[in-house]
Design a protein around this ligand. Structure first.
Ligand code: FES
Length: 359
């Protein structure tokens, strides 16, 4: 399992991008430059105590490695404690705790390649797409990039000026098409959300699907599902579709097989689970896959967010017995040593596992 440590980084600049989104540039001291080397499309995990609770969130970089800066985009989401704090309170000079870049929403750009990239972004999903777009244009001088970017209103378009500047600079290789849900454009195609009928129209009129090498997709879940389904239905092979769901991405075939085998082996193992002072006995059912989903199926409202081993919302402490995890991007070595697990990734290995979310 990868070693996950947090590093203190100072905020160099907080720039307002839209009424509810900012970009945050971080200072990188010389001794952390190597640790924070990143690939376009990756993200950073942040940690902070807010109201006595430790929160962790992932935010994607919006820059390409060649820009020589480390910058993320953060959109304030309704009820989002962390994104609200970043938008409303974080300022230059503050210190934040950040994990080294990780994530697999990446592509190996090759200066000799001549490729066609098509990206679909929705809302703040533009953040990693912007990073990939810049990398494609700067690292592959013969490649072209087309971006379809959906938002509710023109006011909410993140990185609008930056996108326009890149469009001016790469007129012949970059195409950007905006779609607005709540505003009427003259051309009907550019109105409305990026749902399946809209994507069908786009693929019919604006994209040469067969000659497109890679499709990048990041945005709200339903938008991503609609685009993925449409592309698959048109015969685009899965390796040509890269999706960022703000999780760790799918397990490899070998990892998935190992996980299924571990789950099958754990069938019927008894667990004692404590949440909000209530203790419940749960029998592991492989059909539910994780301890988290078994616990929730048993009626305990165990917390979760990403279910991808990233956000650590599902964290619990094992006080007896043994469990294994499929992946872990959210816990430090110290936390692991203390017995914490990500229950969305965990499977019991022994009978009589006891774990508590009340920590
Ligand atoms: S790590 Fe995010 S829900 Fe488990």
């Amino acid at each position: 399992m990868a070693s996950i440590d947090f590093h203190k980084l100072r905020v160099a600049e907080v720039k307002r991008e839209t009424p509810d989104a900012v970009s945050v540039r971080l200072e990188l001291p010389a001794h952390l430059r190597e640790t924070f080397t990143f690939k376009a499309g990756q993200h950073l995990t942040f940690k902070r105590d807010i109201g006595g609770e430790e929160l962790r969130r992932n935010y994607s970089v919006c820059v390409s490695p060649s820009e020589g800066v480390l910058k993320i985009g953060v959109k304030k989401i309704a009820g989002g404690v962390f994104s609200g704090w970043v938008n409303d309170a974080l300022k230059a000079g503050d210190e934040v705790e950040v994990m080294a870049p990780h994530g697999s929403f990446c592509w190996d750009f090759d200066p000799n390649a001549q490729r066609d990239y098509v990206a679909f972004a929705g809302g703040s999903g533009i953040t990693p797409i912007l990073s990939l777009m810049k990398a494609a244009l700067t690292h592959e001088p013969k490649s072209r990039f087309t971006l379809f970017y959906g938002n509710r209103t023109s006011q909410g378009v993140m990185f609008l000026e930056e996108l326009a500047a890149w469009k001016d600079r790469y007129l012949d290789r970059l195409q950007i098409v905006h779609f607005l849900e709540d505003e009427e454009e003259e051309i009907e195609l550019f109105n409305g959300r990026l749902d399946r009928p809209k994507v069908e129209e786009i693929l019919t009129h604006l994209v040469d699907v067969a000659s497109t090498d890679v499709f990048f997709i990041c945005g709200p879940g339903p938008m991503m599902d609609a685009i993925e389904e449409t592309l698959l239905a048109r015969g685009v092979e899965r390796p040509r579709i890269l999706i960022e769901r703000f999780t760790t991405g799918p397990l490899s075939v070998a990892q998935a097989e190992a996980a299924r085998a571990a789950e099958a082996k754990a069938a019927g193992l008894k667990m004692s689970v404590t949440l909000n002072g209530r203790r419940v006995n749960v029998t592991f059912d492989p059909a539910q896959h994780s301890i988290l989903d078994n616990v929730r199926a048993a009626g305990l409202p165990a917390p979760f967010a990403c279910k991808g081993g990233v956000c650590a919302t599902c964290r619990a402490k094992v006080t007896a017995g043994e469990v294994s995890m499929k992946v872990n991007y959210g816990l430090s070595d110290e936390e692991l040593a203390e017995g914490y697990v990500l229950t969305c990734q965990a499977t019991p290995v022994s009978d009589g596992v006891a774990l508590t979310y009340d920590v």
